[in-house]
Design a protein around this ligand. Structure first.
Ligand code: FE2
Length: 165
């Protein structure tokens, strides 16, 4: 366990349904965000994993698909409106997700920690630590879940650990 991210010990099993849903939607379902990525709403019902319902019962989740376009750098930042997120990387050719201990995006003496997403891995992220995504491949698709009540990373991690997740 550390302060940047926490990998749940259960794999994500709903990826085929999520990708099938995405493929069936018109491109107009993607909404451009100001930060350089696109988002798409997805229905909660297509995620049937037990970890999802366990976490959702305590910290209601709001799932979205995120698309970072090919060869794009999503710069150093902390998330403006959320303290934590639950992420699953669905389509990835060549990208790096990196956390740092920088005080802010102007700090130039930073130690880096990479989050290497494993296939079907579910990760809780501390989005109040500086992080960036360098997408060196084709379009990158992530299933990202926000928490409706905006709990802290530590709160959600403790809850998951207590449940053995
Ligand atoms: Fe972020």
């Amino acid at each position: 366990m550390h302060s940047f991210f926490y990998k749940l010990n259960q794999p994500f099993t709903s990826a085929p349904r999520v990708l099938e849903y995405m493929a069936a939607r018109p491109t107009s379902d993607w909404t451009a965000r100001g930060y350089g990525f696109d988002m798409m709403d997805i229905p909660r019902a297509i995620i049937t994993d037990s970890f999802y319902s366990a976490i959702h019962s305590k910290f209601p989740l709001i799932p979205h698909l995120f698309r970072v376009k090919a060869r794009f750098f999503y710069k150093w930042h902390v998330d403006a409106k959320r303290l934590a997120a639950l992420n699953i990387l669905l389509i990835n050719e060549h990208s790096h997700t990196v956390f740092s201990d920088c005080a802010d995006q102007h700090d130039n003496k930073c130690n880096l920690t990479e989050l290497v997403y494993e296939k079907d891995g579910v990760y809780l992220l501390n989005t109040q630590q500086q992080h960036a995504v360098m997408n060196l491949g084709s379009d990158r698709i992530l299933l990202g879940m926000s928490f409706a009540t905006n709990p802290t990373y530590a709160d959600v991690m403790s809850y998951c650990a207590a449940l053995g997740l």
